[in-house]
Every structure is written in C-alpha cells, then in structure tokens.
Design a protein around this ligand. Structure first.
Ligand code: BG6
Length: 284
C-alpha cells in the first residue's frame, strides 16, 4: 500500500472516531456512537493517482471545472499532503505548490493550503478548517469545496433548509432554477449548486432517528449531489446500487476568490450528528 494511504486516527472525548489519510488530506470515516456518518464506496480505489470515492474529498484549486486545471475538482484530492502534527483529537496537514509540480503550468501560482481536522467543540461533531495562503506575487484565483459524502438512506432522507433558493442545475447545463420544495429527497439524479445557501443544512433520516447538520463557515454555496442509478453505473469506482446509501452536501465557493499576495483565506465545515426519537425530528 502507498504510505500516504496509511491511516491517521483521531478520538473525541465522547467516543467520536475520525479516520483520515495523508493522500488528499482525506477524511474517510467519522463514527459517532458506533455509527458511520460518511459514505465510502466499496469500489473506491485507494490507489494514487485516483481520488477516493467518498468521505470528504478536498476540491482545490477548483470545484468542478471552475478554474484553469484540466481535471475536475482540481488536484488537492489526488495529492500527498504532509502530516504537520497530530494530537489525539486533532490533525493538521499541509500541501504546497512545490509538492504538486506536475500542475505548475495549469495553475501557475505559489501557495500553501493547511487543513485542520478535529473532533468538534460540540459532542458528536467533526470540525474541518482550511487556510489557503498566496505566497506568490500575483493575485491567485481559486474555487473550493468540501465534497462531503454523507451515509444516509437517500430514498427517505430529507435535505432541509434550501427552499426558495436559486441553484444551478448541473443536470441541465447549469440552468438557473429556484428550489420550490420544502426539502430534497432524491428520486433521480440530483446535481445542484445553491449559490448562496444558509450556513446550516440538515439531513434528516426519520426512520433511524438521526440527523446530520452540515455547518459551513465563509463558504457561500452548497452543492447537493446524488448520481442516481445511470451515473452510478457509469462510475467505475462506485457500486451500481450504492447511490441509495449516500447524499453529498458540499459546502463550497464557486465564484472565484481572488487572493492577493501574502493574503490568507480561511473557511470551514462542521458535521454534527444527533439522534432523536424516530419520527420526531426537532426544529433545526
Ligand atoms: C459533484 C459535482 O460535486 O461531484 C458533480 O456537482 C460530479 O457534477 C460529482 O459528478 C462527482 O465528481 P467526481 O469527479 O468525483 O466524479
């Protein structure tokens, strides 16, 4: 196995368990009260240069094709990050432009990205904080996403707090639409970029009495993605029926940040898992 795939394990004070890898600075597991909150495909390739299908891929220096790199979602998820430090419930990883020489032409900037992953301030939570610094002499554009794959029963879960918001529908050439529904429960492919979304999005699974709240900091957009059957079949690293067990809720910035020399940009996401009495979800 590639050494960058070896596991880094974090433990929270209430038994939360986080597993991540240096490859992609990729969180691949977050367990709260014995139950996994993140989806990782059975067919995920844990083999560079492929990105890991599931967990929390880091999309940098671009989300999707929104940048100059000819690879969807940039290259940070395919790179070997350095583990700067790890202490029980917290890990810090970094990636610098000189670590990914092969992308210098496509993204000719000097930069550093630092990611901190920790068991959250709240019980049952995981916090991820990213800092991007421009070390060059030119303004540096980038887009970004935490491409979070949640392990939920897609057919019955509700993604809440997006009603009335404008989104790009990626299934229809980024046509701009307005979400009219009280919540999203996918029943076909869904691939939406909500440009300005509230900072807390909740995914509720009534049957199991579990809710996962994705909170974002300094990231205006949220992407909601489920490939559904046809796209899942076409993905070599996803099982044909696995779309039933996941929904991506991805805090993102899709309108490029223009970072000036020596400036830093900081953003974050927190994933909080809470149980409730089945059928009686509390208000968000
Ligand atoms: C989502 C995009 O963020 O990621 C989708 O909105 C894309 O359009 C999906 O299909 C998965 O991307 P990838 O590169 O990991 O297959």
């Amino acid at each position: 196995m590639d050494e960058a795939m070896s596991l880094v394990r974090l433990r929270g004070k209430d038994g939360e368990k986080i597993t991540l890898r240096r490859y992609g600075a990729h969180v691949t597991s977050f367990v709260v009260k014995g139950r996994e909150a993140l989806f990782v495909s059975e067919r995920a390739a844990f083999q560079p240069p492929k990105a890991i299908r599931g967990g929390v891929p880091i999309c940098f220096p671009q989300f999707s094709d929104l940048g100059s790199v000819p690879q969807s979602h940039g290259f940070a998820r395919n790179a070997k990050w350095k583990l700067v430090e790890t202490h029980g419930d917290r890990a810090v990883l970094s990636l610098k432009h000189e670590d990914v020489q092969e992308w210098r032409e496509a993204y000719p900037h000097q930069w550093e990205v630092v990611l901190e992953v920790s068991t959250g301030k709240k019980s049952g939570a995981m916090d991820m904080k990213v800092r991007v610094t421009n070390r060059g002499k030119e303004t540096m554009p980038f887009t970004f996403a935490f491409h979070t794959y949640l392990r939920v029963d897609a057919c019955c879960a509700r993604v809440e707090n997006l009603k009335g918001l404008q989104y790009w529908d990626n299934t229809e050439n980024r046509e701009t639409k307005v979400d009219q529904e009280n919540h999203i429960t996918p029943s076909s492919e869904i691939d939406r970029v909500y440009l300005h979304a509230p900072d807390a999005i909740r995914v509720v699974e009534d049957s199991s009495g579990r809710q996962i709240i994705v909170r974002k900091q300094n990231l205006p957009s949220v992407v909601v993605w489920n490939p559904w059957r046809k796209k899942a079949v076409a993905l070599p690293d996803m099982g044909d029926l696995e779309y039933r067990g996941m929904i991506c809720v991805e805090p993102a910035v899709v309108e490029p940040i223009q970072l000036k020399p020596e400036e830093s940009w900081v953003a974050g996401q927190s994933i909080e898992v809470r149980q409730f009495e089945p059928g009686k979800a509390p208000a968000l």
